[in-house]
Design a protein around this ligand. Sequence first.
Ligand code: AVJ
Length: 319
Amino acid sequence: METITTTTDLTFEQDIDEGLTAPLKNISSKYFYDDLGSVIFQDIMKMPEYYPTPCEFEILSLQGENIIKKLNFDEPFNIIEFGAGDGIKTRQLLKKLLENQVDFTYVPIDISQKAIEELEANMLGYLPGLKIKSIVGNYFSMIDELSEMQQPGLFLFLGSNIGNYLEEEANDLLGQFNNHMKSGDKLLIGFDLQKNPSVIRDAYDDSQGITKAFNMNLLQRINKELGGNFKKEFFDFYSHYNPLNGEVRSYLVSLKQQEVSISKIGKTYSFRQNELIWTELSKKYTIAEIENLAINNGFELVEHFLDCKHYFTDSLWTK
Ligand code: AVJ
């Protein structure tokens, strides 16, 4: 077992300053996942409205054998997972591989130290024979190190994390993945599919207010880490799904005209009443969009693995 730690959040202050001085104020969704945020996200995944988790769980539980058949690796390989989270879905696939005596090393990468420690303990508890080499860090900073690996790679980018990226950013990220992959390496990537808009709306605006707490934690995190004085009671949460382009956009809303200072930046920011802070994009894809994304970034589609409701796909691409 080995843990490589890289420095993250070097630009948290700059990012926040930039975001809070932009015409449309914004805070990147990548800042959701501090230790508390990762715990709240676990709660989101347990909500009855949040369908992506059970859908992907179903795919990886029932279609593992089909996925393995399509890998076509004839030597030991690495499974590199970006944004590994709790690994409950992934371990369904890993279990199938171990049962089939496939020789691989699991390399999970996550930005939360706590999440990765728990992941490692859980994985080894559930799959004692697993070879695992965890990495704590931002995957943009890890990708160069990974490209030096000699063995074939199966890259996992599950959970519809790609949905958080604007089109240009998604192309940029997938292009970088591609650049660091060898011919024949595979990418298994999760996409949330367009579906009945009400189903999507409910998943991102739950009645218990868990998604609201997830967003509010951004303010708490700025208070804690940067000495901000945001008052939660003066902000609300609003999220909106547009079925015409498949975009869920989430916001914090300033409930009054107010000033917030952040001591570590040494600045005060003004908010108008009802002014928005954009916090997240969660893009829902069509199959045609997914296939274009693959081709535009140097991949070939191998197969889409869908759940029985056709809400979600884990699509296998090859370089
Ligand atoms: C972790 C990016 C897949 O967009 O569905 C859940 C995060 N945000 N509810 C998503 C999230 C609000 C989630 N991803």
